[in-house]
Design a protein. Sequence first.
Length: 57
Amino acid sequence: MIDHFHLLQSFCTRTEVKELPKTGSSVGIDMGLKDFAILANGTTYKKPKFFRTLEKN
C-alpha cells in the first residue's frame, strides 16, 4: 500500500520578450551564506525560509 507520493509538474509557455531600455548603470550582487543577497548599495535580503515554513504546517 502506498501512503505517500511525489508529484512534479512542468509548464512551458510562449511569451514575447521585450527588450528593456539601456540605463547605462549596473548593480553588484553578492550571494552569501549568512544573508541571501547583498546589493552594491548595501541593501540586504535575508535567506528565504521556504522549507521551514512548510515544516511547521
